[in-house]
Design a protein around this ligand. Structure first.
Ligand SMILES: C[S@@+](CC[C@H](N)C(=O)[O-])C[C@H]1O[C@@H](n2cnc3c(N)ncnc32)[C@H](O)[C@@H]1O
Length: 281
């Protein structure tokens, strides 16, 4: 991403979450009342016009982007609630962007740590004002990730207490080296009983100009081209080599069958959401 500009894909995602408020009732899976304040002003103005926003999410191609985001955000929200319900109290969000979970989920007993590129994080902090989250600025491509656990500890993170790490909407933008170093850093700060939830693209999609369609062009113009994916049948091995056990790995089409049973959101078999748990050392 661009070194001195807050992530445009993060602003875009916030816009998709703001627009989701205008979906029909049975398609609203994760409503984010903070999203409109976190996206860029022009997008916020569109999201504030109910008739225009409703038309966009019902009748234009944006619909599929909004629904995809609803599926992934809701599935991750469910993972967070399940982790907290079984006693988990530390949540690390890698590449947090304009994710408002620290406030939105109202989980007062949990501590949130948000890690993001310095430019995106500075823009977020300027906008949210007071936040219950603790912030750590990190460039996953430039800053040594083996130092991340120590930086988190300075903010009060405990390596002897389970952590849920959220890696939402990030893996596709990183190099293979940064993915590897990030996974090793997560493992290093995660006590037994910790989980990792993340979404990813099927590698075949990232490699295929035809399947990426205009999307790659749009994110490239934002300065954040898609760079990486995983082959679903190799993901378990990749995780195991880095100290995780793959627990569940579902395509968005499967998520849609579960979360939108009355309104099938047919596509995106090659976008996936995975949950892994930390293996004992
Ligand atoms: C598509 S946004 C997702 C934001 C957020 N997780 C969400 O789902 O709303 C991608 C995020 O990855 C972060 N990111 C991309 N490259 C990064 C890097 N090299 N170092 C740190 N963060 C990076 C961006 O700052 C941005 O917040």
């Amino acid at each position: 991403m661009r070194a001195h500009d807050a992530s445009w894909t993060a602003r875009w995602v916030a816009w998709m979450r703001a627009l989701a408020a205008h979906l029909p009732d049975d398609e609203r899976l994760a409503i984010d009342p903070f999203a409109a304040d976190l996206t860029w002003p022009g997008a916020a103005r569109v999201a504030a016009r109910p008739r225009l926003a409703s038309a966009l999410v019902r009748f234009t191609p944006l619909r599929y982007n909004v629904l995809s985001l609803q599926l992934r955000t809701r599935a991750i929200d469910d993972a967070v609630r399940a982790f907290v319900a079984r006693g988990g109290r530390q949540i690390v969000i890698l590449g947090a962007g304009f994710d408002a979970r620290a406030t939105r989920l109202g989980l007062d007993d949990a501590r949130f740590f948000e890690i993001d590129h310095p430019a995106t994080q500075a823009a977020k902090r300027a906008r949210v004002g007071a936040s219950p989250a603790r912030f750590v600025a990190w460039d996953f491509e430039r800053d040594a990730l083996d130092r991340l656990p120590a930086a988190l500890a300075v903010e009060g993170h405990e390596t002897n207490t389970p952590t849920l790490t959220i890696w939402e909407g990030v893996t596709m933008y990183l190099s293979r080296e940064a993915l590897d170093a990030s996974a090793r850093a997560i493992r290093a700060y995660s006590a037994p009983g910790s989980d990792l939830v993340f979404n990813y693209f099927d590698e075949a999609r990232v490699r295929s100009p035809r399947r990426m369609g205009g999307e790659q062009l749009v994110v490239s113009l934002m300065g954040e081209p898609f760079r990486s994916g995983f082959a679903p049948d190799a993901l378990g091995g990749w995780l195991r080599e880095r100290g995780f056990e793959l627990v569940r790995d579902r395509s968005y089409a499967e998520l849609a069958r579960e979360l939108l049973p009355r309104r099938r959101h047919g596509g995106h078999a090659d976008r996936r959401l995975a949950l892994a748990t930390v293996l004992a050392a």
